[in-house]
Every structure is written in structure tokens, then in C-alpha cells.
Design a protein around this ligand. Structure first.
Ligand SMILES: [Zn+2]
Length: 393
């Protein structure tokens, strides 16, 4: 893979204020960044080539999950000088790494459909000729991010690709998702890097049903999802807590339509962060969707830019305390300007986990009733969340 050149541009300008060797990109032997451990932003131009529009004669019907989402993110970050993040081109995922979650016949079926020009996988999920390539890099970005985090080459990172992943089941695409990028990355951390405890926080407004199912019986992955309910895909009830030895390691936190910062941030500060403290993850991955934003057209929650900043600060602060690296993987988010600003808020929190001097990472919210109920419910598996340990709110 050649090092990117000047004509190989994203909207925000040429990738890489530093240059990486092709050996680095292909074989994952990152050069040292020097004394400072970098925050890394992973991207790939194939994300722009996954064409989801429908063409009916002269008419083009735009799909909400389109390439301008990536452009909007990069434009916002470019305007902020990338918030100090190093930009790195994501490799395509290794097929054997992908195969740990998605059986080869399924992968091959997506490859064939794309090679034949594309088509619909369900009513919402469509592929074009370049979608397979985009999906390989979308999963590859998440895996590369985990490599960088576990090798200590990045203190925090964000994988900004499309298609998104958290609805994808092992052998079924759905909800705009082809491969479950975050599940592939978590599986890689467990299998290839021998981690024992990985936490996935899914704050996309839709339930991450694919990730939920993939790790349903695992006690190695603590999967926590905050999502609007009822809403697509209809899964993620509070009483879905996992199965077998994974019982208690699936935590679903459904919230009603209209929920805003008070609910979402309180759930992160008073349920997710204590869960992290109890589980002691070696790696924290965030299914970072931004469709809970009040501007988003696909759902009815009302989280603000500041809400996403607060959630990211709470998680990043907890990770710093636990010495667990944190990485975000882009999922949904369909209001372009809000998406860009909220991703930027996330990156800012990742790079400064405790915020401004003096602000520390103390909870900014009280314990909302929904968070108190969740703590009570979860205390049977996580006694640290019991009532007597709850902060007054
Ligand atoms: Zn979503």
C-alpha cells in the first residue's frame, strides 16, 4: 500500500502530518511517535465510495447513511486542526480476523454481490460495487485501532469509517451494517491479543443488536447499550442480560423517546462508569453513534454536543483511572453538522480525559431515576452498583 500522496485527499486535506512507511501500514509495526503517546484518527477513502443512493431514472434518492457523513466529520476536525490527533490510513481487515465473527460464506456473498454491481441486502441495507472494499477497511480500522491501543502506540483513538457495524449479525447484514466492526475488533483483542476483559459501550441511539448477540454468552465482553426504545431494531430490553456464563455481562439500558443529556449522561456517569470500575476492562471500545443527538432525523432523543462531550469525558476519565485504553468506532449519526461537532467533542475528551484543569472527572449529573432503577436491577450481578453505594442525586 503506497503512502498517501497529495492527490489522495479527503475533504480535510492530505492525510498524515507525519509519514508512515508502507511496512507500517501493511504489517502493523508502528514507528514510535516520540515521547508523547499519540491520539490516532483512522480513516480510509474507500469509506467515501460505499454508495447507498438509489437511482430511479434521472432521480437520485439519497440514503441517510451516505458519504457526506464522513466528509462532515473531517471538515469539522480539519477546522480544529484535527485536535492534535495523528491521522492514519486504515488497512483492510485480515480475512481470518474477520472470519472470527463472520463465516467466510457470508463474507464471500457480500463480496460477490458487490462485484456484480451491488444491490439490496434488506430494505435499508444496500451495497454498491465499492462497498465490500469500504467494509473491509471499516472493520480493518477498528482492528488497527485496537492494535495501536494495545501496543501502547496510541493513548486513545477513533475509527471513522462507513459502513457502520453494530447491527450486523454473523451471517446477516442489517440496519446499514455489513460487518460488525467493533465485534471483530473486540474478538481480535480476545483471540489474538489474549485479553480477558473487553468492555463495549454502545451509545448509538439504536440498540446494537449484532454486538449484543455476538457476545451474548461471553463473560469476557461486557456489552452495555444505551438506546431509545421502542425503536429499530426492537431488541435490547432491560431484561436481556445475556445467557449462560455471559449472564450479567449484557447490560441493556433502554430510554424513552425525548431523553436528553440528563438521562444519557446520568446513565454513563452512574451506571456505565461504575460498571467499568467493577469489571476492570483491559480495553474499552465505544460504538460511537451520534443519532441520539437532538438534531438527528432518525430518532427522537435530545442529546446535545455538550452531552456527547460529557459522556466521552466520563468514559475517558474512567479509562484513565483504570489504565485501560479507549477507542471509538463510528456507528450512526445523520445530522451532518451535529455529527461533526459531536465527534470532535468525543476526540477532545479522549485527548484530555479529565478535561480542563480543576474540572476533574467527578459526575456532572445526579442519579436520574432511570439510572437508579438500572443500578438496582444490576446489583444482583454487580454489587458495587447497589443502592448503598449510589451517590445521592
Ligand atoms: Zn443508530
Amino acid at each position: 500500500m503506497p503512502v498517501r500522496t497529495g492527490e489522495d485527499r479527503f475533504d480535510g486535506g492530505p492525510i498524515g502530518r507525519r509519514r508512515f512507511s508502507s511496512d507500517l501500514l501493511l504489517h502493523g509495526g508502528p514507528e514510535r511517535y516520540g515521547a508523547r503517546v499519540a491520539c490516532v484518527f483512522l480513516e480510509h477513502p474507500a469509506s467515501l465510495e460505499h454508495d447507498t443512493a438509489a437511482y430511479r431514472g434521472q432521480d437520485v434518492v439519497m440514503h441517510p447513511e451516505h458519504a457526506r457523513r464522513i466528509v462532515a466529520i473531517e471538515r469539522e476536525l480539519s477546522a480544529r486542526d484535527w485536535l492534535g490527533f495523528e491521522r492514519l490510513q486504515a488497512p483492510a481487515v485480515d480475512r481470518s480476523v474477520l472470519g472470527a465473527v463472520h463465516p467466510e460464506p457470508y463474507v464471500a456473498s457480500i463480496e460477490r454481490l458487490c462485484a456484480s454491481g451491488g444491490g439490496y441486502l434488506d430494505m435499508d441495507t444496500v451495497v454498491s460495487e465499492r462497498s465490500f472494499e469500504a467494509a473491509l477497511h471499516s472493520a480493518g480500522g477498528a482492528v488497527r485501532m485496537v492494535e495501536l491501543l494495545l501496543d501502547g502506540e496510541a493513548s486513545a483513538a477513533f475509527s471513522s469509517h462507513r459502513p457502520p457495524g453494530h447491527h450486523a449479525l454473523p451471517s446477516q447484514a442489517m440496519g446499514f451494517c455489513l460487518f460488525n466492526n467493533i465485534a471483530v475488533a473486540a474478538r481480535y483483542a480476545l483471540d489474538a491479543r489474549h485479553l480477558e476483559r473487553v468492555m463495549i459501550l454502545d451509545w448509538d441511539v439504536h440498540h446494537g443488536n449484532g454486538t449484543n448477540q455476538i457476545f451474548h454468552a461471553s463473560k469476557q465482553v461486557l456489552f452495555v447499550s444505551i438506546h431509545q426504545s421502542p425503536l429499530f431494531p426492537g431488541t435490547g430490553a432491560a431484561d436481556d442480560v445475556g445467557e449462560g456464563e455471559g449472564i450479567g455481562f449484557t447490560v441493556n439500558l433502554p430510554v424513552p423517546a425525548g431523553s436528553g443529556d440528563e438521562v444519557w449522561v446520568s446513565l454513563v456517569e452512574h451506571v456505565v462508569v461504575p460498571l467499568a470500575g467493577a469489571f476492570e476492562p483491559q480495553l474499552v471500545l465505544i460504538s460511537a453513534g451520534y443519532d441520539a443527538h437532538r438534531d438527528d432525523p432518525l430518532a427522537d432523543c435530545s442529546v446535545t454536543d455538550e452531552g456527547f462531550a460529557a459522556m466521552a469525558h466520563a468514559v475517558a476519565g474512567a479509562c484513565e483511572g483504570l489504565a485501560a485504553p479507549v477507542g471509538g468506532v463510528l456507528e450512526g449519526g445523520y445530522a451532518l453538522a451535529s455529527l461533526g461537532r459531536s465527534v470532535a467533542a468525543t476526540l477532545q475528551a479522549f485527548s484530555r480525559p479529565t478535561g480542563d484543569p480543576g474540572s476533574a472527572s467527578a459526575p456532572k449529573t445526579g442519579v436520574a431515576p432511570i439510572a437508579r432503577e438500572a443500578r438496582d436491577r444490576l446489583a444482583q450481578w454487580w454489587p458495587q452498583l447497589g443502592q448503598r453505594n449510589a451517590r445521592p442525586g
